[in-house]
Design a protein around this ligand. Sequence first.
Ligand code: PLP
Length: 489
Amino acid sequence: MKVTPGSELYRKLPSVDEVMRTSEIAALVAEEGHAAVADAVRVVLGTLRNEITAGTLDRGRVELAVAGIGDAVRRELRRALMPSLRPVINATGVVLHTNLGRAPLSASAIDHIRETATAYSNLEFDIEQGERGKRDVHVNGLFKKLLGSTPSIGSEPGTAVDRSAGPELSDEVSTIVVNNNAAAVLLALNTIAEGGEVIVSRGELVEIGGSFRIPDVMTKSGAVLREVGTTNRTRVSDYERAINERTRLILRVHRSNFQITGFTEQPSLAQLVALGRKRNIPVMEDLGSGAFFDLRLLGISGEPGVPDSLRAGVDIVTYSGDKLLGGPQAGILSGRPEQIRRIRSNPMFRALRVDKLTYAALEATLLAYVKRDHKAIPAIAMMSMSASEVRHRAALLAGQIGSAVLTAEVIDGESVIGGGAAPSAVLPTALIAVTSKECSAEELAARLRTSDPPIIVRVEEDRVLLDLRTVFPEQDAAIAAALSAIGAE
Ligand SMILES: *Cc1c(COP(=O)(O)O)cnc(C)c1O
């Protein structure tokens, strides 16, 4: 029998059972359970065996590795059990950051999820009648109430339509909820315009981050896109000329993430609604980011809210739950009850509907609006923060992190709302600008990403910029600690 040179080294390795019996590992088993720890032991022993096979471990190194098996198992266990989805500190100043989970949920939303999702609930059960109910009822009433009572929020730029003069909305509005706004648009187009034409301005054929492109969604819905006007100028007469017997819908898409300036023209919503009424064609607005509070209080104008759209007479409005609304990911369709009923009865609705967790979070978020407790919604609280509030915290933090290696100063800057809301809207803020004598800003940003929790920052002009607007105050200490640790090396 041929003996490979390293074979006696394999015999130095303990068996899985022997490792499991050591007191160090027994303590781990008490914490994390037998199965996960045994898996980790197998991985560690397997790695050592591979290293012996590869000839990278000599006798001395094997003995060292065996002595350190406890630590190796602990590290492997931590790696294996670390969730992939985890919290990060958003120091970018982008309030609705699409890559960082958009709107953080309110405490009451989490409480309501815990309360209703850890037990059975009346998700589809009418308690009074003792029979099957519909999940829609849990938020439809609240939307009705809010859309009926919320005053005008903003107006379209360049139009003088008094949207507050519209009818009492509450009895005329129904709302349903699907997985996200892309689903809402797809569902509405498929219901109302499959096999027919939808008129859209060439200035509104938008792409929203990722892969939501209006022309592609239109194709998938089974409707035919009828482009009118030009990129910069579209008139109501362009829409009117395009109407024919196949026309099913006039669609207005909010320019969520870009602006067209200069020689431009766009009909007002009121003009589109008047045209729709005259020719008996419904009008839909894809708002993207549907606000339920007055953005002008934050100094942001020209961003119409959901009530404005409906008061202007639009038949269906679609918007996201996790943009300016500040709730869970969802696509919301509000509009005339007969249109919403049609959309609700599309079999596709069943495929796109949301679960009880979403209803719970959405209901709690809407209740904060009903109570006018806007500050309970984290995204709104962050947007409402004044530059001087941010500056105060920034100065305190900057004072804690300066060192021989790191320089930190507070400078003026701008936060961004993000999430396809108010493309041009920025909020004045204070930034902590950090530079290191020993590494580049990109390297410093990378170091901060490896902190626990990871800290995500902006890098501009070879400086790391931290905007505390989007950092929860209780996270300031973690940033200070991470930067101090980097500075002390
Ligand atoms: C954000 C946005 C969408 C997509 O919404 P999701 O909730 O991300 O699916 C669609 N249309 C507009 C105008 C948007 O701003």
